[in-house]
Ligand binder design. Structure first.
Ligand code: FMN
Length: 362
C-alpha cells in the first residue's frame, strides 16, 4: 500500500501529483452574481495549494446559465469567466498543486427563482421534498446542447490552464438524475434500457473531443442516492459501465468511508467494493469523514489511490503538512470564526458553514 504522502502519476497524461491528498469540491458561495471567481474564492483555494494539497478542486461550477443550483455559484459557461479561472490556475500551479474544476448542472435542482426558467431533467419529475417544483422532460435538442455545454466548459477550463475537470455525477444533480429510474424513464437512446450511462458516456466523449489527450477527466459518483431511489446495487451497475470509459479517475463520494454495503453476498466498506470492481483499471479517489493520518491510510488500505477531503481541508489549509508531522493532533469542529478567518474563509463562507451543524463555534 502506498503512503498518502507519496506522489502519484496519472497513466493517461503522465501528470504527476505531489501526494495523494485532494481538496474535494466545496461550494462556498463566494462567486460573483455573474459566475466570475471572486478574490476571496481564489484566496481560499490558493491557501490549500500553499498548504500542500496535491490536487485542489474548485466548487461545483455550472456549465449553463440555467443549470445554476444556488447563489454565489462559480460559472464556467461563458468566456467572461476565463480571466478568473486563468488567474486561479496560475496561482494553484505556482504553489505546486494540480487544479480541477468540478463541472455541474443542477437539472431538477436548478431553481426557477435563480434561473427564471422551469428546471428540466431526463423525464418530467417531482421531487419528494418539492422545494424546486416540477422539472419538465428535456428535448433531444436540449440534451445535445447540454452535452455540448459540458464539452465547451471543459475546453474553457483547459484554455484557462487548469489541469482537468471532475464531472459532477453525484449527489442527485443532472448527471446523477440521468442515472436513476426516478428521473429517467425515457425510451429513446438516453433511457436506461439501451444504455444506463448514455448521458454521462456522451459527455465524456464530448469533453475528450474538446480537450487534449493529457487533460485530466474524472467523474464523481454517489454509491447510492436514497432520495432518488438509487440503490448501492444500481450504483455498482453504473460503476461497471463507467470504469470502461476514458477516464483518469473515478471519485466515490461516501460521506463516511467507514459505511459498509452488501454486494455479491459480501459486506465491505463502499470504497473497498469500488476498488475491487474497478480492479486498478482507473485510479480511485474516495471521500467522506477523513480527518486524521490514520483515516487517510485506512482509505488507501481500502484500495483508494487518492484521498479526498472536505471539512478538514476547510479548517486546516495545511492538512497534508499536518499529516507529515506524525503524531500531530488535527483539530476537530467546532472552529472559531477567528480560526476560520485565518484559514482564508470570507464572512460569506463562514456564514455558509453555519449550516453544517457544529462546524462554527458561535
Ligand atoms: C460546505 C460544503 C460544500 C460542498 N460542496 C460540494 C460541491 O460543490 N460539490 C461536491 O461534489 N460536493 C460538495 N460537498 C461534499 C464534499 O466534497 C465532501 O464529499 C463531503 O464534505 C464529505 O467529506 P468530508 O467528510 O471530508 O467533509 C460539499 C461539502 C461541504 C461541507
Amino acid at each position: 500500500m502506498h503512503d498518502v504522502l507519496s506522489p502519484f502519476t496519472f497513466a493517461r497524461g503522465h501528470r504527476t501529483v505531489r501526494n495523494r491528498c485532494a481538496l474535494a469540491a466545496l461550494t462556498n458561495k463566494q462567486s460573483h452574481e455573474d459566475g466570475c471567481l471572486s478574490d476571496e474564492e481564489t484566496r481560499w483555494l490558493t491557501h490549500r495549494a500553499k498548504g500542500g494539497f496535491g490536487i485542489v478542486t474548485t466548487a461545483a461550477a455550472n456549465v449553463t446559465k440555467t443549470g445554476k443550483g444556488w447563489e454565489g455559484e462559480l460559472g464556467v459557461y461563458d468566456d467572461a469567466h476565463l480571466p478568473g479561472l486563468r488567474n486561479l490556475a496560475n496561482e494553484l500551479r505556482s504553489h505546486g498543486a494540480l487544479s480541477l474544476v468540478q463541472l455541474f448542472h443542477g437539472g431538477i435542482r436548478a431553481p426557477t427563482s435563480l434561473t427564471g426558467v422551469q428546471p428540466m431533467t431526463a423525464s418530467a419529475t417531482v421531487l419528494d421534498s418539492d422545494e424546486h417544483g416540477t422539472a419538465r422532460e428535456m428535448t433531444a435538442e436540449e440534451i445535445e446542447a447540454t452535452v455540448e455545454a459540458f464539452g465547451q466548459a471543459a475546453q474553457r477550463c483547459e484554455g484557462a490552464g487548469m489541469d482537468g475537470v471532475e464531472l459532477h455525477g453525484a449527489h442527485g444533480y443532472l448527471i446523477a438524475q440521468f442515472l436513476t429510474r426516478h428521473c429517467n424513464r425515457r425510451t429513446d437512446e438516453w433511457g436506461l434500457e439501451q444504455d444506463p450511462v448514455a448521458f454521462l458516456r456522451t459527455i465524456i466523449h464530448r469533453v475528450r473531443e474538446r480537450t487534449s489527450p493529457d487533460f485530466l477527466v474524472g467523474v464523481r459518483l454517489s454509491p447510492k442516492m436514497p432520495q432518488l431511489g438509487f440503490t448501492f446495487e444500481e450504483g455498482m451497475r453504473v460503476l461497471d459501465a463507467v470504469k470502461e470509459l476514458e477516464l483518469d479517475f473515478i471519485h466515490v463520494s461516501c460521506w463516511d468511508i467507514l459505511e459498509t454495503a452488501e454486494h455479491n453476498g459480501t459486506v465491505l466498506p463502499m470504497t473497498q467494493h469500488y476498488a475491487e470492481a474497478i480492479d486498478k483499471r482507473v485510479p480511485l479517489m474516495t471521500t467522506g469523514g477523513i480527518w486524521s493520518a490514520d483515516d487517510a491510510q485506512l482509505a488507501m488500505a481500502m484500495g483508494a489511490d487518492l484521498v479526498g477531503v472536505g471539512r478538514v481541508g476547510i479548517a486546516h489549509p495545511d492538512w497534508p503538512e499536518l499529516l507529515s508531522r506524525r503524531g500531530k493532533t488535527i483539530g476537530r469542529p467546532p472552529f472559531t470564526v477567528q480560526h476560520l478567518k485565518e484559514a482564508s474563509l470570507s464572512p460569506t463562507f463562514i456564514d455558509y458553514m453555519r449550516r453544517w451543524e457544529g462546524f462554527v463555534a458561535d
